[in-house]
Design a protein around this ligand. Structure first.
Ligand code: GLU
Length: 366
């Protein structure tokens, strides 16, 4: 039974494909959330629709599609959107709390913990966090960019056990159902591979940002952190309640193995990799099969510029990303000690931060 559930509602679900919020449908979604809440579950909403609501509120002005104009629309829309959630949850006597995040809030470990504590405090008080990206001020460099990925980061933050990505499609299909009558719904995804990514293709919804491609990215992040993920139609009958009961609805991705410990969750959700190191076959074996740390001796190349403490990608000899972790040395240092035995580090650099390049406690395998 799922206890902590993040529900991502795409613009297409909230508007039903029209330019306006579909309030009767929102009432229905809130009813389902309230029922779960009353049954003792923790509910976290990740809502889109700020820009769409802002545009409707201002009477569909003829604006150039600039970042500033979108930010203006988001600023107008976000407060209206929030007002709507507030009013609807109030029907059930429930309080909501608005939390607006950007990528910068999860990249820095201190801010990550801070955001986590805020969300935890809301949940402890039985308040429903309603989350969106802080579109009014976020610029592209610090944006997550789409609420699929945002909701996955939130699921990682709050250590959810289920993430629902509700959209205008019943799930992921074996082909494009609009053009191929043989297309079948994929009920369970075991591995997210290149074939599946091809299938997911680009964006298919009109008003929102995400498509199946961003949903796959989101599912990948969340399930690595120990979260089950379901992509389903937000308009299907009692969809939230049914998924929460474990009924087979839409496309399900089972969480991989055990939930990650906190620090590793941050490595997965937080910073983008600042650089890369390529390792040899022996080091790859030690990392993947034996769960060892990465030593400088196993590194064959260093790419990008990073500082000690930055997150880096670890690539196989075939240049595939096999792990991500926190580097104990800067790129400049690693370039000088790559291929060296650990006891030679001091001699080469004139100092040492210990024998490993990336410690296994700071490393997640992908
Ligand atoms: N944050 C955007 C909004 O509220 C939505 C992003 C998305 O649709 O993924 O308008």
């Amino acid at each position: 039974m799922y206890q902590r559930i993040v529900i991502k509602l795409g613009t297409s679900v909230l508007t039903g494909g029209t330019p306006y919020l579909d309030r009767p449908h929102l009432v229905e979604l809130v009813r389902q959330c309230a029922a779960l809440h009353q049954a003792g579950r923790d509910i976290i909403i990740c809502t889109s629709g700020a820009i769409a609501v802002g545009r409707a509120r201002l009477g569909f002005p003829d604006l150039a599609p600039t970042v500033t104009n979108k930010q203006m629309l988001a600023a107008v829309g976000q407060s209206r959107l929030m007002q709507t959630w507030e009013q609807l949850f109030e029907i059930y006597g429930l309080d909501v709390g608005q939390v607006l995040l950007t990528r910068a809030d999860v990249e820095d470990r201190g801010r990550f913990l801070n955001a986590r504590d805020t969300l935890q405090a809301l949940l402890n008080y039985r308040i429903i966090p309603v989350i969106n990206e802080n579109d009014a001020v976020a610029t592209s460099e610090i944006k997550v960019g789409d609420n699929d990925n945002l909701s996955a980061l939130v699921a990682v933050l709050v250590e959810a056990d289920l993430l629902m990505l509700l959209t205008d499609q019943p799930g992921l299909f074996t082909a494009d159902p609009r053009t191929n009558p043989d297309a079948e719904l994929i009920r369970e995804v075991v591995a997210i591979d290149e074939t599946l990514r091809q299938l997911a293709g680009g964006s298919i919804s009109g008003l929102g940002v995400g498509g199946m491609a961003t949903k796959l990215q989101a599912a990948d992040i969340a399930r690595r952190a120990g979260v089950d993920v379901v992509i389903a139609a937000g308009r299907a009958h009692n969809v939230i309640g049914r998924i929460a009961q474990g009924e087979s609805v839409g496309t399900r991705f089972k969480a991989l193995a055990h939930p990650l410990e906190n620090r590793k969750r941050w490595i997965l959700a937080g910073p983008k990799a600042a650089g890369q190191v390529v390792v040899d076959g022996g080091a790859m074996q030690a990392l993947v099969a034996n769960g060892r740390s990465l030593l400088p001796a196993g590194i064959t190349a260093v790419h990008g510029t990073f500082q000690r403490g930055d997150t880096i990608s670890i690539l196989s000899p075939a240049q595939e990303e096999i792990a991500r972790g926190i580097s104990r040395y800067s790129s400049h240092d690693l370039a000088q000690i790559q291929g060296c035995q650990s006891d030679e580090i001091s001699e080469r650099l004139g100092y040492a931060y210990g024998p490993v390049a990336v410690h296994r406690n700071d490393l997640i395998l992908l």
